[in-house]
Design a protein around this ligand. Structure first.
Ligand code: NAP
Ligand code: MG
Length: 470
């Protein structure tokens, strides 16, 4: 695939300071498809310098004009939507349909929504004798993961630009090609030089240099809880603001009286989509003892429809996971589940295809909350079904992890489901299959993170207040 042998800094593609490269591997066939430069501290320094230089001009650009730039960025990406989707298929292994719809169209639509928000947001408010100005927080470091590469970029870049911030993006090393395409789109949209910069590289080198850089005012990170903890500590030490979107172990609670077939099918789909590499996936399905075996059987049958295969081929619903490392990690968790006594209903550690980083869609029953697979984030196509005895038990199990990112509740009435959701320690809950809303706040309780993304709440993360007393 086409790749830049350069970083996007100050509106230009510039050679990296060092000669090292990162090989981008197609996880479906294990072939190297491109190489990108492995950025180091001098590249980060140049990018932050460009962002700092661009900051005063961009911050002073009227919100309506910033909105127009976001609109142009939307158009530039929309024009190349098919190419972006193909890139996500190749570097991540997402099935083509999913790559087109969820990985590409959704973030492009989010850009349009942010353009509207930028134009409509009141950047000042009146509180008694004060006028409170909402000003950009400054230069932003955006550090993103590989699982939804374009969505994660847009989810940080769009609100940062809407707020008047400039930024340096360090995408995940596994998915740098879609990030380079994003850089090209920023260039095509005519964004002023330095407003958006892209530095590819390893997290512990380029990411670390960026998070530590004294020219960065705010760090927005999405990724693992372990790296998030480290970045939070760095930001705290430097008194920078930080947003952390981390892991999850979300509960899908099916209450007695719910439409069991619908709830189970949606629950299976939630975990199998993107090969289970979704931070907010409902990886724990909670079912009342009276319906437990029926639910397990429904899930087993539903899982049969998730065809594993070449992500580029029509009809494939489950592609590979992103890397060999991820595959080994997920298989390790499956082995651990068996060891700890969970009942393996479908799937397992056997590779479903000889080449590529594939993991069989896996279903565990008789999972109890003390098991590793009920506590740790697996990030693969593995669903655990847990049994509860009554509502109190269901609440206890649902809340019994260090995470709190998302969840689902199914009941015979919305009222009953909402009453249960109020008792969940989590940032988001879908009620009887309520649709994903990109304008509602998204973010974790407990160790799932700090701060909120999406919509107005996402925009606020990139603003700081200045109160004028009149
Ligand atoms: P990760 O290892 O934490 O990496 C995330 C990003 O941070 C990557 O760009 C990575 O670069 C970079 N990084 C790694 N070490 C760094 C350091 N010391 N300093 C600065 N940056 C560093 O996570 P991942 O494996 O890519 O993604 C999977 C995890 O992310 C899962 O745990 C998942 O739950 C979580 N996630 C959460 C959300 C959410 O919204 N809450 C969304 C998606 C994913 P490299 O790629 O070079 O390592
Ligand atoms: Mg790869």
């Amino acid at each position: 695939m086409k790749a830049h042998d350069a970083m996007y800094i100050g509106g230009q593609w510039r050679p990296a300071a060092a000669a090292d490269t990162i090989a981008v591997v197609n996880p479906a066939d294990e072939r190297i498809i491109a190489e990108v430069p492995a950025g180091t501290a001098p590249d980060v320094d140049a990018a932050v310098g460009a962002a700092r230089e661009a900051l005063p001009g961009w911050a002073a650009t009227p919100p309506a004009a910033r909105a127009a730039f976001l609109g142009a960025l939307h158009d530039a990406m929309a024009r190349r939507g098919e190419e972006i989707a193909r890139t996500v298929v190749a570097e991540l292994g997402a099935p083509a349909r999913f790559a087109r719809q969820v990985q590409t169209r959704a973030p492009i639509a989010a850009l349009a929504a942010y353009a509207e928000l930028a134009a409509a947001h009141p950047f000042e408010e009146r509180i008694a004798n004060s006028t409170v100005l909402h000003e950009p927080v400054g230069v932003v470091a955006a550090i993103t993961p590989w699982n939804y590469p374009v969505s994660m970029i847009v989810g940080k870049v769009a609100p940062a630009l809407a707020a008047g911030c400039t930024l340096v993006l360090k995408p995940a090393e596994d998915t740098p090609l879609s990030a380079q395409l994003f850089g090209e789109c920023a260039q095509a949209a005519g964004l002023p030089p330095g407003v958006v910069n892209v530095v590819t590289g390893h997290g512990r080198v380029a990411g670390e240099a960026l998070a530590r850089h004294e020219g960065v005012d705010h760090v927005s990170f999405t990724g693992s809880t372990s790296v998030g903890r480290h970045i939070g500590a760095l930001a705290g030490g430097a008194v920078k603001s930080v947003s952390l979107e981390l892991g999850g172990k979300s509960a899908n609670v099916i209450l007695p009286g719910a439409d069991l077939g619908r709830a189970v099918a949606a629950g299976v789909g939630h975990v199998m989509a993107n090969s289970g590499q979704t931070c907010y996936a409902w990886t724990r399905m909670l079912v009342h003892a009276a319906h437990y075996e029926e639910a397990v059987e429904l899930a087993r049958r539903e899982l049969g429809a998730y065809r594993v295969g070449d992500p580029a081929a029509d009809g494939t619903r489950v592609g590979p996971v992103v890397s060999a490392r991820q595959r080994d990690r997920v298989r390790g968790y499956i082995a651990r589940g068996v060891e700890e006594g969970a009942r393996l209903v479908a799937g397992g550690t056997e590779p479903p295809r000889p080449t590529g980083y594939f993991v069989a869609p896996t279903l565990f029953a008789d999972v109890t909350t003390d098991m590793t697979i009920a506590q740790e984030e697996i990030f693969g196509p593995v669903l655990s079904v847990l049994r509860y005895e009554d509502e109190e038990d269901a609440v206890r199990i649902a809340n019994d992890t260090v995470y709190g990112l998302h969840g689902g509740v199914w009941a015979s009435t919305e009222k009953e489901a909402v009453a249960f959701a109020r008792r969940m320690d989590t940032g988001r809950v879908d009620i009887n299959g309520g649709a994903f809303n990109t304008l509602a706040p998204f973010g974790g309780w407990k160790q799932s993170g700090v701060g909120r993304e999406m919509g107005t709440y996402g925009l606020r993360a990139y603003l700081q207040t200045k109160s004028l007393q009149l």
